[in-house]
Design a protein around this ligand. Sequence first.
Ligand code: GLN
Length: 199
Amino acid sequence: NLTIGVLELQGDFAEHTAMLRRCGAGKVTGVRETHHLQHIDALVIPGGESTVISKLLVDLKLMQPIQKLVAENALPVFGTCAGCILLAAQIKQRNEQARIGVLDVVVDRNAYGSQIHSFEVHLRSNRLPFIDAPPLRAVHIRAPAIVHVGERVDVLATFNHTPVLVRQGNILACTFHPELTEDTRIHKLFLEMVAQHKR
Ligand code: GLN
């Protein structure tokens, strides 16, 4: 049985927990302190404000242990929106912002401008047939754009030819908020990755 940790520092972690429960993910538990990392099989990093989450990760001494576990391929991780920014190896702006930095992509924060705070799109995917039927609604809120992907990164879904869902080994990231709809498909994809990793 799996134990999924949800990073509970800032942002919409409660929605992730509710979604994971709806998916029937074994145990779902909050991660706020280093010792919480000992008992989890995977970690979800929610959307929110990446600068705030970043500062808290450092202050609470969670940044380094998470980096180490992910780098050693010991902890599958799923980051949404701000979570995706925290996983990115490079940020176009404020590149000095501390982050986990394990995913070989460059992100452009707030790429869709200040006028469009929030919008919804239907995703395209050549890789995941289950995304098209019915089309998956991806909610973007002050979202980053993935402007470059490295060789090891698999682009699983795009919007307007821009990657919005990517995977690199046991790292999954998306620029949208699958936890804010009723659609369980993206979380189930992650849970499947975690189950496979555990086997
Ligand atoms: N704009 C936020 C950031 O830069 C991300 C927004 C979100 O997670 N919905 O961190």
